[in-house]
Write a protein that binds this ligand. Structure first.
Ligand code: DAH
Length: 336
């Protein structure tokens, strides 16, 4: 057979110039390289060619095949590139930017940090205690009598996890941060000034001022010769830093099993008879609490206090309903 290989190559190159899509390219490929394409015919003819013809014909067919394959590959890349370029939209630098809203700390976290910060500046360190606590730390070690109503299931969430690791103790969700007092005294040697923030749990019906979970911060200072006046001075400085220098503070005698004497702390902006607001509890560490921690009788004295974080935040920011802290309504949270 006599083929003009130069002409065929030229024609193929011309045809390829008209190719504009994947579809055109596939038609081109089938025409030349397909099972019934030109190259297939050529190879069939090669099989029957005479001995003399074979070498030159075979060489020409192979050159043509390589050329056509190269043309197809090159064109395929070209089509791909054009497609990519057309999918990039023009960049309009005059369009307004897309601003992403970023989150921020919850008001409870902010309040905890603010309180811790004030005490840290006075030399306190911040520690944590477990939320699942034993009856020993939550009650016994704090000198709370066995028949005290706060131990009742109506006032404490008990957890079903008596086992060997907690010496068969009743376990519960801590109803106060005070159990950390004894844990810390067992772990460290005085002098110490420690703050323990955390969640506490009580089976209270939820209303505007009650929740089954809220936050407390416990404070504990132990050393030789800590006096009641230290307690009063410390809390006055703290409350003035937290609220304002203008507030008045008073101690009202109270009873807590783990402190003696004990007091509730009220603050007021005006100082009128009805203007006092109860803000926290405090007192001098009871000797039985030192005993539970394994301290020698009379070796140390200490002061302790406990405050409710939600209560402080509500008072500071004029929030009327405790539930708003937990509803996660961003319209509320964004204000702080
Ligand atoms: N644990 C008490 C409560 O939950 C608060 C409290 C009062 C803590 C007096 C103290 C304290 O450390 O001394 O009501």
């Amino acid at each position: 057979m006599n083929w003009d290989f130069d002409q065929i190559t030229q024609k193929a190159e011309e045809e390829l110039r008209a190719v504009a899509s994947d579809k055109d390219l596939e038609a081109f490929r089938i025409k030349y390289l397909g099972r019934k394409g030109l190259l297939a015919d050529m190879y069939a003819a090669l099989a029957t060619a005479s001995k003399e013809e074979k070498p030159a014909l075979g060489k020409n067919i192979n050159i043509l095949k390589t050329r056509i394959t190269g043309l197809i590959d090159g064109e395929r890349d070209q089509i791909k590139k054009t497609k990519k370029a057309s999918s990039i939209k023009e960049l309009d630098v005059t369009l307004p930017g897309v601003s992403r809203s970023t989150g921020h700390k919850h008001l409870i976290t902010q309040t905890i940090e603010e309180i811790c910060d004030i005490f840290e500046k006075m030399g306190f360190s911040v520690q944590e205690g477990p939320e699942i606590e034993s009856e020993f730390y939550n009650f016994d070690a704090l000198n709370i009598p066995k028949d005290h109503p706060s131990r009742d299931g109506f006032d404490t969430f008990y957890v079903d996890m008596k086992n060997k690791t907690n010496a068969g103790q009743n376990m519960l969700l801590r109803s106060q941060t005070s159990p950390a007092q004894v844990r810390i005294m067992q772990k460290y040697k005085p002098p110490m000034a420690v703050l323990v923030p955390g969640k506490v749990f009580r089976p209270d019906a939820v209303d505007a001022s009650h929740s089954f979970m809220f936050h407390q911060i416990e404070g504990l200072v132990v050393d030789k010769n800590i006096k009641f006046s230290d307690l009063k001075g410390l809390l006055e400085v703290f409350l003035k830093r937290l609220f304002s220098d203008d507030i008045k503070m008073r101690f009202r005698p109270h009873f807590f099993p783990f402190t003696e004497p004990s007091a509730e702390v009220d603050i007021s902006w005006k100082g009128g008879k009805k203007d006092w607001l109860e803000i926290m509890g405090c007192g001098m560490v009871h000797p039985n609490v030192f005993k539970a921690a394994g301290y020698k009788d009379g070796e140390y004295t200490g002061l302790a206090f406990g405050l409710g974080v939600e209560r402080i935040a509500m008072c500071k920011y004029g929030i009327k309903d405790i539930r708003t802290f937990y509803e996660n309504d961003v319209r509320f949270l964004r204000q702080f």
